[in-house]
Design a protein around this ligand. Structure first.
Ligand SMILES: *[C@@H]1O[C@H](CO)[C@@H](O)[C@H](O)[C@H]1NC(C)=O
Ligand SMILES: *[C@@H]1O[C@H](CO)[C@@H](O)[C@H](O)[C@H]1NC(C)=O
Ligand SMILES: *[C@@H]1O[C@H](CO)[C@@H](O)[C@H](O)[C@H]1NC(C)=O
Ligand SMILES: *[C@@H]1O[C@H](CO)[C@@H](O)[C@H](O)[C@H]1NC(C)=O
Ligand SMILES: *[C@@H]1O[C@H](CO)[C@@H](O)[C@H](O)[C@H]1NC(C)=O
Length: 385
């Protein structure tokens, strides 16, 4: 009890001492307190800065890769949103690619300066033996064209950085002549080219094709045309209507059936129609197999049903079937001279924007690799580039 009392008694005095001590120590404690908070706060903010930086990188990287769009930071301007993909080697499969390519702005006026381009789409097995001629053709016309190449997946293009074909190869799959895989490859080319909003016209070419005129003439001819150049005719006989299969009704009736060259030129509206199609695709895939060569009928028939008023019903690509057989003539070294081109230029008259015209062909095929040197020798005199 005493000790307790003592303690209480003693406690009185010490408590006063403590109180005086406390009041004296107060500013120091507060200082310590704030110092600890300051250090803690600083520590937390530094850590959180690192964390956000780390997570931002983590979040942005996969988005940028998967949609082929620039970083989120840059998406705030319309220019960054419409900029074409800088790397054509995406990892989308065809389902994803066609879906993305089928998206169309609903407001028809572009709210920025858009210079419409021609997409030159090369459907090849591998090498492009005519590339030096094409390089010469494109030179000086940057900003008015873009290039896409589809080849066998096993082929590795080795163009140098100075070439217009450098890194213009798109993810490709095997395409067989006359089979649906050929149309798949063409749709893949169109879909990749549609991802660049500046592409307005789409030309399909092969490795054996050459341009017959300089770039300005070709750009002028295509851009001023009211129609797209899809060869599309109602041919009677075994190689035309004879290839039609009754099972295609009601989507395609016999009178709708069309035939035409595989090598087309279409505008953006028709290109979207081709990539978005799910109506005709299954019918052609199932009921147009060799000896029905689907690349001569599918787009030709489909577009004739959907948008007949937009078709010129002729191809821009010259080809010589006069030698007969299943394949057209291939021209080599010995064929190339001024007379040869004079014959092509004068071979036909046609209708251009509802008027008769003597300029009917912008491209020609088929040329063998050994034709390149004489072509380079003649191009400035005869072809105008
Ligand atoms: C693409 O991938 C999606 C899902 O990842 C799948 O549903 C679709 O069938 C694929 N398409 C093709 C053509 O492989
Ligand atoms: C690319 O490879 C081919 C053979 O595959 C060769 O003939 C050509 O010279 C190469 N081109 C370049 C630019 O290396
Ligand atoms: C094909 O004919 C059927 C019956 O006459 C019709 O309903 C259908 O619309 C026609 N298809 C086309 C693409 O015109
Ligand atoms: C092309 O053919 C279609 C019929 O398939 C026709 O409606 C259209 O007017 C033709 N185009 C031209 C430019 O004559
Ligand atoms: C293209 O060819 C035409 C006709 O040959 C010519 O008048 C024009 O000057 C050429 N354009 C260029 C850019 O070379």
């Amino acid at each position: 009890m005493q000790s307790r009392w003592m303690a209480l008694e003693e406690g009185k005095d010490p408590s006063t001492t403590v109180r005086t001590n406390q009041s004296r120590a107060f500013p120091l404690r507060v200082l310590q307190f704030f110092l600890i908070f300051f250090v803690l706060g600083l520590g937390i903010s530094i850590v959180s800065m690192y964390m956000t930086r780390y997570f931002k990188v983590q979040i942005v990287a996969p988005v940028a890769e998967s949609t082929l769009r620039p970083c989120l930071d840059e998406q705030t301007t319309v220019e960054s949103w419409i900029r074409p993909p800088s790397n054509l080697l995406h990892t989308m499969n065809d389902t994803h690619l066609l879906w993305l390519a089928s998206s169309v702005p609903r407001i028809k006026t572009y709210p920025f300066k858009r210079v419409p381009k021609i997409a030159f789409m090369f459907l090849t097995k591998g090498p492009l033996p005519m590339s030096p001629l094409w390089e010469r053709f494109f030179k000086g016309n940057e900003g008015l064209y873009s290039i896409y190449a589809h080849s066998l997946p096993s082929y590795n293009a080795n163009f140098t950085t100075s070439s217009v074909f450098y890194r213009r190869q798109i993810p490709s799959q095997v395409a067989e002549w006359g089979r649906m895989s050929m149309c798949d490859a063409e749709r893949r080319l169109l879909a990749n080219a549609l991802l660049d909003i500046s592409n307005e016209w789409f030309v399909l070419l092969s490795e054996t094709c050459i341009p017959l005129h300089n770039f300005s003439i070709i750009y002028h001819y295509i851009s001023r045309s009211r129609y797209s150049f899809v060869g599309s005719i109602d041919e009677l006989g075994p190689y035309g209507r004879g290839r039609y299969n009754q099972n295609m009704t009601p989507e395609v009736n016999l009178t709708d059936w069309r035939k035409g060259s595989q090598w087309f030129e279409v505008n953006r509206e028709l290109a979207v129609k081709i990539v978005e199609d799910t109506t005709y695709y299954p019918k052609f895939k199932e009921f147009c197999q060799p000896a029905c060569y689907v690349d001569e009928h599918y787009f030709q028939t489909m577009l004739s049903i959907e948008t007949p008023h937009l078709l010129a019903n002729r191809s821009l690509t010259y080809v010589d079937w006069s030698r007969g057989g299943a394949h057209p003539a291939t021209f080599g070294k010995a064929d190339i001279n001024e007379e040869f081109f004079k014959k092509i230029f004068e071979s036909k008259t046609c209708i251009y924007n509802n008027q008769p015209s003597s300029l009917c062909f912008l491209f020609a095929r088929k040329f063998s690799p050994n034709a390149l040197d004489p072509l380079l020798g003649l191009s400035s005199k005869v072809l105008g580039f």
